[in-house]
Design a binder for this molecule. Structure first.
Ligand code: MTE
Ligand code: LUZ
Ligand code: MOS
Length: 757
């Protein structure tokens, strides 16, 4: 079993946006962006830029025929700046030239006169100044205000978590070309073809049917192309439409890093109350989300932070407040976990700090408070087939936690400079778009007369292996060899009104739509088979391994012959089917509902070794019992888990997004922004939780894309525990990422560091 794309990737045949054979006469775009984080635009002088040889045109907001508006949830974001700019990297003009370098050179000759305005980069400052993206929200459970009395231990604190660069290997990009009748066709590297179509239509003042969007595959998305692939496609569309020529826009890496938003940094306050038995009685938390200069997906991300603020614990009294703060940074956006990791990091920090006060290992509190069957989340939904306890117990046993602890103890007793730490990280992640209406997908399946099969869905392949899974669905429903099945590009003319491939729902939503489409065709095929084999009804016939069986006996009728006969008899060999997740809803007024189809559980044990002289460290191992449901592609699923774990560790440890006080990104290249490589990567062991059937997922599986990301949070606390072995009494601040520099400071800080505001 292997991923469909593997051979093409390895031989270099796989095409990304910049590789696709393009129409003749392609022009190239470069985006001129704001150099100020907050300013009025007094004047834009294009004259010197226009004189550069090879420049064809320069477009500003004035050239937009439709509405200069790209906001998806809240209409608060322009495609091209008008009278003001709100972050460094905000697009101001698009330069079109014969090649990208010429366009870039011309862009450097554009002169803008700015009148500087005050810059805010910190979410708490923005909040104080009243700069909110939307009204704040609060989730309530039980009676938080009156339950502190029954707590023996009450601990308060502040938690910081940083941004994260998506670093998809393929940078943002698209090309567009005019088509007959005044329409436009766009090839885009987007997780959301429909968002590209809708926004481009709005920008160009066209009906959506005149904008066709095609997506072959992405060189990674990780959420960074859920909303933020749209502007580049719309810009290519705009230029192509105006010039009546094909136009390509590919962001160079540095521009991509400067201009696009990242994972949202959060600054949070918590208060946790625990009784003498170690049960968490009450939890109060306030999240300040650094949204950047526009809403983008921030409000949806904030909502998921609230949904996951108690992670895998049952807490009877909860008050969780979250506010999205507008700052002068690029609009932050979706990133694997979608606000969930930020929420979970705070409860884990609260438990860590409470354990410190109680003189316990955090795992004692974690374990005592795990969710049980029928426990209620702060948003009203109750657990069903809860696997919190079982994954924890299996992890303890399978990975011999007592042996690990003994070894760590021994090591720490024998070593003065190197110290080891171990942590547990349980996870619980809800599957479904929290915006109920987005939980829909469709599929279009054609069986050709030679027996080969083509399938189109709303799913976008970005490396997560969705195409292989869709092929498996087709192959399984028809019981034919998987080599007969081809997944087509994701295209808005074949599959309309798509939700983005996101929220880890790609396989469930599109797989189920595909399953239905295949079942429609199969029904027709069974009818013709029953006729040919003189069976009294279709219940007697079945296709097994490409051969029709009648009452369990193999017939002579094979797949290819069956298809030919069906066609001659004028049966429909194509089907379009639709799927919408049943039973999900959420009431934003009451902040209660049943937003998730199901939850994904798991427990990881993480070990780290810290060099307490230098502050450097190694994450030694991550071992996880993960609830995959009944995986129907264990290889892909394991790969997803491993990749997510490394990405989660990166967020918690070495990946540091730094903006200076003027809103300028200092970490805009791989020389300054460090990501995990193979040397960083620990030993990872992911084991499948046994006997986990999930009736709500495709073929009883569970979604895999995002949940394992959050095991990475355990990396932070494994390092913390190692520090505790070196400095048992220090009350260290919690501030991710835990870079080696920060670890070093924490090892030797004389006074307790003040939390960065
Ligand atoms: N894996 C790879 N290789 N590349 C990606 O861009 N994106 C992740 C995850 N795994 C991603 C990935 C994110 S953020 C999501 S939401 C899911 O894949 C989306 O795909 P799925 O819904 O098919 O799981
Ligand atoms: N995108 C979205 C997501 O629009 N809604 C979600 O709930 C979500 N969850 C995870 C990742 N992307
Ligand atoms: Mo993933 S953040 O849902 O694209």
């Amino acid at each position: 079993m292997k991923n469909y794309d593997i051979e093409r990737h390895v031989t270099g045949e796989s095409q990304f946006v910049d590789d696709v054979i393009t129409p003749e006469g392609m022009l190239h775009a470069y985006v001129f962006y704001s150099e100020k984080a907050h300013a009025e635009i007094l004047n834009i002088d294009l004259s010197n830029a226009e004189k550069v040889k090879g420049v064809k045109a320069i477009f500003t907001s004035k050239d937009i025929p439709g509405e200069n508006q790209i906001g998806g949830i809240i209409p608060d974001e322009v495609l091209l700046a008008e009278s003001k700019v709100e972050y460094i990297g905000q697009p101001v003009a698009i330069v079109i030239a014969e090649d990208q370098l010429t366009a870039k050179e011309a862009a450097s000759k554009i002169k803008v006169k700015y009148k500087k305005l005050p810059v805010i980069t910190n979410p708490r400052e923005a909040f104080k100044a009243g700069q909110m993206i939307a009204p704040q929200r609060t989730f309530n459970l039980g009676d938080p205000d009156n339950s502190w009395n029954s707590c023996k231990y009450i601990v308060e604190g502040t938690v910081e978590s940083g941004g994260q660069e998506h670093l998809y290997l393929e940078t943002q990009g698209a090309f567009a070309y005019p088509v007959e009748g005044g329409g436009i066709k766009i090839v885009s590297s987007t997780q959301s073809p429909t968002a590209v179509q809708r926004v481009t239509a709005r920008i160009l003042n066209l009906p959506m049917h005149k904008v066709e969007v095609d997506v072959l595959r992405l060189g990674g998305g990780f959420g960074g192309k859920e909303d933020q692939a749209t502007p580049w496609a719309a810009m290519a569309g705009l230029a192509s439409f105006k010039l009546n020529k094909p136009v390509k826009l590919i962001l160079p890496r540095q521009e991509d890093m400067i201009m696009t938003g990242k994972r949202h940094p959060y600054s949070s306050d918590f208060k946790i109350g625990i009784n003498k038995e170690g049960k968490i009685i009450c939890y109060e938390v306030t999240f300040y989300q650094n949204a950047g200069a526009a809403a983008d997906l921030s409000t949806a991300i904030l909502e998921r932070t609230l949904f996951h603020c108690t992670n895998s614990y049952y807490i009877p009294n909860v008050k969780a407040t979250a506010v999205s703060c507008k700052t002068n940074l690029p609009p932050n956006t979706a990133f694997r976990g979608f606000g969930g990791p930020q929420g979970m990091f705070v409860i884990e920090s609260a438990i860590f700090k409470a354990a410190e006060k109680m003189g316990l290992d955090p795992s004692e509190i974690q374990k005592k408070n795990l969710l049980n069957e029928d426990d209620q989340f702060p948003y009203g939904q109750k657990t069903e087939n809860c696997h919190s306890g079982i994954t924890w117990k299996n992890a303890e046993e399978k990975y011999s936690i007592n042996t690990i602890r003994d070894e760590v103890k021994k090591f720490n007793a024998e070593n003065n400079i190197f110290k080891k730490g171990v942590s547990f990280m349980p996870i619980c992640f809800g599957i479904s778009f929290t915006n109920t209406s987005m939980n829909q997908a469709s599929a279009l399946v054609h069986v050709y007369t030679d027996g080969s099969i083509s399938v189109s869905t709303a799913a976008v392949e970005m490396g997560q292996g969705i195409n292989e899974k869709i092929r498996q669905v087709v192959s399984k429903v028809f019981s034919v060899n998987i080599d007969r099945v081809k997944t087509e590009t994701t295209n808005t003319t074949r599959i309309a009104n798509t939700s983005p491939t996101a929220a880890s729902t790609g396989a469930d939503l599109n797989g189920k739509a595909t399953e239905r489409a295949c079942q429609h065709i199969l029904r027709q095929l069974k009818e013709i088979a029953a006729e040919i084999l003189n069976a009294s009804s279709i219940t007697h016939v079945e296709v097994i391994d490409e051969v029709v069986h009648c009452d369990g006996n193999k017939s002579n009728l094979k797949w290819e012959e069956l298809i030919k006969r069906a066609h001659l008899k004028r049966f429909n060999l194509s089907s379009h089917a639709f799927y919408a997740t049943p039973g999900v809803y959420f009431d934003q007024e009451k902040e209660k509902g049943n937003p998730f189809a199901y939850h994904v559980y798991g427990t990881a044990i993480i070990e780290a070794t810290v060099d307490c002289l230098r502050g450097t460290y190694k994450i030694d191992s991550v071992k996880a019992i993960h609830d995959f449901g009944k995986s129907f592609n264990p290889l892909i699923d394991k790969g997803q888990a491993e990749g997510a774990i490394v990405q989660g560790l990166g967020w918690m440890t070495i990946e540091e997004v730094i903006y200076d006080e003027n809103g300028k990104l200092l970490t805009d290249a791989l020389s300054t922004y460090k990501v995990p490589d193979i040397h960083f990567t620990p030993d990872i062991q992911v084991d499948f939780l046994k006997n986990s059937d999930n009736l709500k997922g495709i073929f009883k599986s569970k979604a895999i894309g995002e949940p394992p990301f959050m095991y990475g949070i355990g990396g932070y606390f494994a390092i913390m525990n190692a520090l505790k072995a070196f400095r048992p009494d220090a009350d260290l601040p919690i501030s991710a990422p835990f870079t080696p520099e920060k670890v070093l400071m924490n090892l030797y800080s004389k006074v307790e560091e003040k939390q960065p505001a």
